[in-house]
Design a protein around this ligand. Structure first.
Ligand code: NI
Length: 178
């Protein structure tokens, strides 16, 4: 396993659409392992393959442990994710590992149903709510070349965060970058 370099928001790779995963062989398993390690090293809750410069439809997600959120802690490693159902709407802050030091208010569905394949190609369906639903929307946006800043309605809804503020935040889960 290896930590890969996360690219920055101005890199045109992040604006391209990723290809569907068709080969579930060794190279994919290495990519997934590296993405999980990279996400953990960056203290992120989610990572999409384009963020490490790979245009394949692969996402990994793991929310930090939170006693009040039963969806937290579980590791998702998914290929070819598609949001096939969405409900509700909530505007809340989110950050991205490709835009370190910034967060923005983004409207997202409060619950989603995701259709995907696991790392072996087996079909899976996941229902997610709240922050996990937000992370799924953020990561599937990445594989379609969309960044959260595209969805922020006005510049005053983006703000800079300073490291000390991150440490003191009581709402730590919603401020981990994706
Ligand atoms: Ni992101």
């Amino acid at each position: 396993m290896a930590v890969r370099e996360i690219i920055f928001a101005d890199n045109p790779i992040l604006r391209e659409k990723s290809k569907k995963v068709k080969d579930f062989g060794e190279a994919l398993q290495v990519l997934i392992d590296d993405m999980v390690e990279t996400m953990h090293a960056a203290n992120g809750a989610g990572l999409a393959a384009p963020q490490v410069g790979v245009l394949q439809q692969v996402i990994v997600i793991q929310l930090p442990d939170d006693e009040e959120d039963p969806q937290s802690g579980k590791l998702f490693t998914l290929c070819n994710p598609q949001i096939i159902g969405a409900d509700g709407e909530e505007e809340s802050e989110e950050g991205c590992l490709c835009l370190p030091g910034w967060v923005g208010e983004v409207k997202r569905a409060t619950s989603v149903t995701v259709k995907a394949q696991d790392h072996r190609g087996k079909k899976v369906r996941i229902k997610a709510e709240g922050f996990l639903a937000r992370v799924f929307q953020h990561e599937t946006d990445h594989i379609n070349g969309i960044l959260y800043i595209d969805r922020v309605e006005s510049p005053d809804k983006i703000r800079r965060i300073v490291p000390s503020e991150e440490e003191e935040s009581e709402d730590a889960q919603t401020e981990v970058p994706l």
